[in-house]
Design a protein around this ligand. Structure first.
Ligand code: ADP
Ligand code: ZN
Ligand code: ZN
Length: 699
């Protein structure tokens, strides 16, 4: 007798087809089994879904499952539940989420090919001859021991707050070791924000857990080949991998015996997917922890204000905080915390790039063979080219942005649509030959620093080395690693870079870090800008003086050039007072009703004209108002506005903010609205695409 099966297939975003389809199968297949099914004229990968088909249509209309991939174990119920939750929370179809999260190769291999791959894996030599035990594990500090004890006794989730160098990673490794020792099947997931940071962690993890065998540690990130991704995924799914290290996409992997999830640098914006299904890997990690009864640790020197707020101290009569906060205030083996020095740029000569006091301090450090890190959040030579005669500026013809002048290859490049052209010899508008650069980027600072320090040399008579690391300098594969190694070896005296270099890299000889113009974030329209700036500066400061021997006599220095030296953000930075900064920000957010005291979503639309994009949003607003009034629901839909970067590659972009004090109300509204929007879309053919962003990070 044939069975009716519900099968989820990948459906395009916003298609009206969101639920599972019904197929016939000779065999009864367990939920979570991967199958190949016919869909239209093609064949596609599907997932047996744990619901009984509601109606049983006449079986002659039904098509049959082509093949079941019984060679691999079915996906577990908690995994299926997580996908269902994520899809509903982020307003996508389950099929898109669930099948989209599988390694692409899984979709292309036939069951036979897959079975071969699996048997090959099983033929690996057994690893029970490995008897080594954990090596190189340092004696825990009192703080670390204390934190670890709480993790053993309590369930969590935990927010582990500790400066760079406070020994958080050591805590992760110890907790992982405990969890792995609990039973011989348990698995651990460790997430890091960026691919660049996986090799560092991987090396440390491999060293520590070598005794488990080579094959029990796998990485997962988007820089891997399809074959590597499939291998890692199968390893995790079959339980062979005991430790999975990865970037945000790893949170969606099948890890059936997951017992611990670590999210390192949990505040990092890279945990939020910025296209397609815009999920937050950090938030999903917490949800996943609940589903699989896995402990969750969110670690950071500057936790997101959401996590900070959720881990506030319990107050009688108020709902219990969701997270447990654990702190490790000390720094291990490092010298004193760096000292903050502010240069009031209002008192410097106009157009100063590097102020005299900063330059003097740099010279002194370099003279001692110490390293200096100069941070600027803008790559290229100058953000704009400008004609003084007629006022022409290097606007991108396709975007509402300027093309950036790159001196190294004399190009004008749009950082949004990638349009690249040679720099014109004369003003394209009036023919004036004298067009100049406005503002400064990392390339120009690199050049400027070289000029200012041209009279200096190293004690051995060798010239100084000034290097730059940013997205331009590290385009080639392996470039970043190579350049970082040079800095690490002490081969570079001054490193100029974007925030890319402030993250996680351990430069031992850096004793001075300078942020040249952080002011933009102080008064930004984006309410999260100060939070990001504080995290960046504190993290950058953490780069200075990691070497205890270097900073024993003299602390490292963090320099900030600003027109607002008395700004409260810098006052907190001065005392490395994250808690103080967080309280101040949270007070402001509470007063303004901003997250984490409210919940937000954005509806975005793109069209050839701004009017068309906004017309769709306005229609969406009308339908929203009607429903919200009928339901008496406290959700606010704000008017449609152009996005701050209004036009990219000739596409006009608009957005609309939705806000509520109740997450549940917002969710109920969004899932209702989603259906309206799919209908509305048909009446607005000028709209190219639309998307919902739940818990957006950038507004
Ligand atoms: P974080 O992850 O907070 O930046 P790490 O765990 O990387 O901190 O620790 C910082 C440095 O201190 C590392 O070099 C690490 O090996 C070392 N370390 C960590 N814990 C201890 C300890 N208990 N005893 C000695 N050294 C330690
Ligand atoms: Zn001109
Ligand atoms: Zn452009």
């Amino acid at each position: 007798m044939a069975h009716f099966l519900s099968v989820m297939v990948a459906t395009p975003a916003h298609s009206r087809l969101t639920g599972p389809l019904v197929y016939l199968s000779e065999l009864e297949l367990a939920p979570g089994t991967l199958v190949r099914v016919p869909l239209g004229k093609r064949e596609t990968l599907g997932l047996v879904w744990p619901v009984q088909p509601l109606e049983t249509p006449a079986s002659e209309q039904l098509r049959a499952v082509v093949e079941a991939m019984t060679g691999i174990p079915a996906l577990s119920m908690p995994w299926l539940e997580m996908m269902a939750f994520a899809a509903s929370y982020y307003q996508r179809s389950v099929g898109e989420f669930a099948l989209g999260s599988l390694p692409p190769q899984l979709r292309d291999l036939t069951p036979l090919q897959l079975a071969r791959k699996l048997t090959k894996r099983h033929k690996r030599p057994p690893e029970d001859d490995i008897t080594a035990s954990p090596i190189d594990a340092p004696l825990l500090t009192e703080e670390q021991q204390c934190v670890l004890d709480r993790m053993v006794k309590e369930k969590g989730p935990f927010v582990l707050h500790g400066n760079t160098g406070s020994g958080k990673t050591e805590v992760y490794l110890r907790r992982a070791a405990q969890v792995l020792a609990q039973d011989d099947g348990s698995q651990v997931l460790m997430l890091v924000p960026e691919i660049n940071l996986t090799p560092q962690l991987e090396e440390r993890v491999r060293q520590r857990f070598m005794f488990l065998g080579e094959a029990s540690i796998v990485s997962m990130h988007s820089g891997m080949t399809p074959a590597q991704r499939l291998n890692s995924w199968l390893s995790a799914h079959t339980g062979q991998a005991r430790l999975v290290l990865g970037t945000r996409l790893a949170v969606l992997a099948s890890i059936p015996h997951l017992k611990l999830i670590v999210v390192d640098e949990e505040h990092d914006p890279s945990y939020k997917q910025q296209e397609g299904a815009r999920y937050s890997a950090r938030d999903l990690a917490v949800y996943r922890g609940q589903l699989q009864q896995a402990q969750v640790i969110l670690g950071s020197a500057t936790p997101s204000l959401e996590s900070w707020h959720h881990s506030r101290r319990a107050v009688a009569g108020e709902p219990a905080p969701r997270y447990i906060r654990l702190s490790m205030p000390s720094r291990i083996g490092a010298g004193q915390l760096p000292v903050l020095r502010r240069v009031d740029m209002g008192k410097q000569p106009r157009n100063t790039l590097l102020s005299a006091p900063l330059l003097a301090a740099m010279r002194e450090r370099i003279g001692q063979r110490e390293q200096v890190l100069v941070l600027l959040n803008r790559r290229g030579y100058a953000p704009v080219l400008h004609c003084q005669a007629c006022g022409w500026k290097s606007e991108c013809p396709h975007c509402s942005a300027y093309r950036v002048f790159h001196k190294s290859d004399r190009s004008l490049r749009c950082h949004h649509c990638s349009l690249t052209q040679a720099v014109p010899r004369a003003c394209p508008s009036c023919g004036n030959q004298d067009i100049g650069a406005l503002g400064h980027g990392t390339e120009r600072i690199e050049e400027h620093v070289a000029e200012l320090l041209h009279d200096m040399q190293r004690p051995d008579g060798m010239p100084l080395r000034i290097a730059r690391i940013d997205a331009d300098s590290t385009r080639g594969k392996g470039e970043l690693v190579r350049q970082l190694a040079e800095v690490h070896d002490g081969d570079v005296d001054v490193l100029v870079g974007t925030q890319m270099v402030a993250k996680g890299h351990d430069f031992r000889r850096v004793t001075l870090v300078a942020a040249l113009n952080p002011d933009g974030a102080l008064f930004s329209a984006d309410f999260r800008a100060p939070e990001r700036l504080f995290a960046l500066l504190l993290q950058a400061a953490g780069r200075a003086g990691r070497d205890a021997a270097l900073s024993r006599d003299r602390a490292g220095e963090m320099w900030v050039q600003t027109f607002h030296p008395a700004h409260p953000l810098f006052e907190c930075l001065k005392t490395h007072d994250f808690a103080g900064f967080a309280e101040q920000q949270l007070t402001e957010r509470r007063q303004a009703g901003l997250p984490p005291f409210s919940f937000q979503a954005l509806l975005r639309a793109e069209a050839r004209t701004q009017d068309a994009a906004q017309a769709f949003l306005n229609a969406a607003n009308d339908s929203a108002q009607a429903w919200l009034q009928a339901q008496a629901m406290a959700v606010t839909v704000y008017p449609a506005v152009p996005m701050s970067l209004q036009r990219v590659a000739n596409v006009e972009r608009a957005q609309m903010l939705v806000e509520s004090h109740s997450r549940r109300a917002l969710q109920a509204f969004l899932s209702h609205w989603q259906h309206d929007l799919k209908g509305l879309r048909g009446m607005h053919p000028a709209v190219i695409r639309w998307a919902m962003d739940v818990d957006p990070l950038v507004i």
